[in-house]
Design a protein around this ligand. Structure first.
Ligand SMILES: C[S@@+](CC[C@H](N)C(=O)[O-])C[C@H]1O[C@@H](n2cnc3c(N)ncnc32)[C@H](O)[C@@H]1O
Length: 525
């Protein structure tokens, strides 16, 4: 099996593409019903402020879609629900009413039921959540796993930090909850996870001082069973240290800070150390790891590093773009291309990932442009700008009032004193079948207003009239690279699908992931 990355709604992807009993470990970190929308932070070389674009939506509403989804659970569509889970959801409907929390619960029940289906009988499931809804999510998991022979193993507390501030009303909330289930009771941890013992820790746990033998070997008295008549025995410190310290269900792993090397600017990015512990504990090399809400791809990056196979799903193109870049930065090379030997025409380097759901032909690009989904906004525009700029643009997610600007990139150049500067480049995406030359005039007006140097107009349909109009606006001379670029360029989606990409030297706007291995260097235009 090749690694797989899907751009789409995880329910649809699970139902259509993920086979029964094919996954060894599934970790999910879904929206928590936090009633917040999360923003992606970009580093803007040219400006002092921090640009943000909406990464994903975590507000829930009871609407026709939620009502249909509820009906499909009650009717046990596809047979993926247990009688207990149906009864639970019907009961919660009575308690919670047709409100946003219930819409969230319906959505999670549908997805966890599909995850149960795709887990192998030896599979494990980790659900990352927080106290907002963890009590409801535990009920859902209990009713889906336990009646079919599964088991609840742990409620892991991820204690991610300390806060020095005092809270007048309640204790500071500094933990998330990770619910750990297995599909069959007998499933054991695949690997024992340990931490390093210090001598001070050993002494504290035993409540005794470390002693030294005549030959210099250190030991401690173990008298835990004295009350049962068992005499105290010596335990040697080197042996205790060698075995490692067993870990419990409270995990102290620091949150990614603003200065952390790992940080990519993604709002809810989880630390690799957390995923490393989960993946090592519940899988072996070559096993299949699934993350159906993969965000900026922490699960995927750790699975790749630990030599597991992986399947990732995310509903926003910003995540997909970030993951592709993270893989490229961390492991090198283009994951989606195969290298063919020119002489023999044989594949010498297979692609390391199947990318699905991203438009590959004109019809699927039109379908994305016409997609009406209230949970995701401007997905077509995001895909067009990020793909054309090879993930080097910032998405403008403002509703209206943005002068038709869908993204910004920063071109590198020299100023008159040969000092490096970043010049603004704007992107505008249009999906109409007919467009008049006034669109070009408007874009030029926006460039002047924003003091931007270049503008790209990406059109869904070919627009020869606009291509001609754009030539009237002249060119820009880049001193640093000694090249000339049209001030306004019109590109259509078919050209993009045929491989055309932005060719100006730009600054990175996404923070690069650290290189983990791999031998290919990054391409700079
Ligand atoms: C909390 S973030 C995950 C963060 C991730 N663990 C990381 O470390 O980067 C949740 C992600 O779920 C995605 N998402 C939300 N609803 C989804 C759905 N129905 N299908 C697929 N992805 C979804 C969002 O776009 C977001 O990227």
């Amino acid at each position: 099996m090749n690694n797989q990355l899907f751009y789409g709604d995880n329910l649809e992807v699970l139902r259509k593409y993920i086979a029964d009993e094919s996954v060894d470990l599934c970790y999910i970190d879904p929206p928590f019903n936090s009633d917040e929308n999360y923003n992606q932070t970009y580093s803007t070389k040219g400006k002092k402020d921090t640009a943000q674009a909406q990464a994903f939506i975590d507000t829930w509403t009871w609407n026709l879609r939620a009502a249909d989804d509820y009906k499909s659970i009650v009717a046990n569509e596809n047979g993926v629900f247990t009688a207990e889970s149906v009864a639970l959801v019907v009961g919660l409907n009575k308690v919670l009413g047709e409100e946003s929390l219930f819409a969230y619960i319906v959505s999670m029940t549908q997805r966890i039921a599909e995850i149960y289906r795709v887990l192998k009988p030896t599979g494990s499931f980790y659900l990352h959540c927080d106290p907002t809804a963890s009590h409801y999510l535990k009920l859902i998991c209990d009713t889906l796993f336990i009646p079919r022979g599964g088991d609840f193993k742990n409620e892991i507390i991820w204690h991610y930090g300390q806060r020095l501030m005092h809270n007048k009303y309640k204790f500071n909330q500094k933990h998330d909850t990770i619910l750990f289930y297995v599909k069959s009771k007998k499933v054991a941890l695949k690997n024992q996870i340990t931490e390093v013992w210090t001598k001070e820790d050993i002494s504290k746990v035993r409540g005794r001082k470390i002693q030294v033998e005549e030959d210099g070997r250190e030991f401690i008295w173990d008298n835990r069973a004295i009350s049962k008549g068992i005499p105290a025995k010596k335990q040697y410190i080197d042996e205790i240290i060698e075995k490692g310290k067993a870990i419990d269900d409270v995990w102290d792993i620091p949150f990614i800070t603003s200065t952390s090397k790992e940080r990519l600017g993604y709002p809810t990015q989880k630390p690799e150390a957390l995923l490393e512990r989960i993946i090592k504990a519940s899988s072996n090399e070559g096993d299949v790891i699934l993350d159906t809400y993969c965000g900026c791809g922490t699960t995927i990056a750790v699975a790749e590093r630990l030599k597991r196979k992986w399947i990732g799903i995310d509903i926003t193109y910003q995540s997909i773009s970030l993951i592709l870049k993270r893989l490229e930065d961390s492991f090198g090379g283009d994951f989606t291309k195969e290298v063919i030997d020119k002489e023999t025409q044989k594949v010498i380097k297979p692609k390391r990932l199947e990318l699905s759901g991203v438009p590959k032909d004109f019809a699927s690009a039109v379908a994305l442009a016409n997609k009406k989904d209230d949970r995701v906004r401007k997905e077509f525009e995001k895909w067009a700008v990020l793909s054309f700029s090879n993930n080097r643009a910032i998405i403008n997610d403002k509703k209206g009032g943005d002068g038709g600007i869908d993204g910004t990139a920063y071109m590198v150049d020299f100023d008159e004193n040969n000092k490096q500067v970043f010049k603004e480049v704007l992107f505008s995406v249009k999906t109409s079948k007919t467009l008049s030359p006034s669109v070009i005039r408007d874009l030029n007006g926006t460039l002047e207003r924003e003091k931007a140097e270049l503008g790209y107009l990406i059109t869904l349909y070919p627009m020869p009239n606009l291509v001609k109009e754009a030539t009237k606006y002249g060119t820009y001379q880049n001193k640093m690279f000694g090249r000339t670029y049209p001030k306004i360029e019109v590109i259509n989606i078919q050209e993009m699908l045929d491989g055309k990409q932005m060719s100006i030297p730009t600054a990175e706007v996404l923070k690069s992931a650290e290189r983990k291995n791999g031998d290919n260097s990054l391409t700079m235009f």
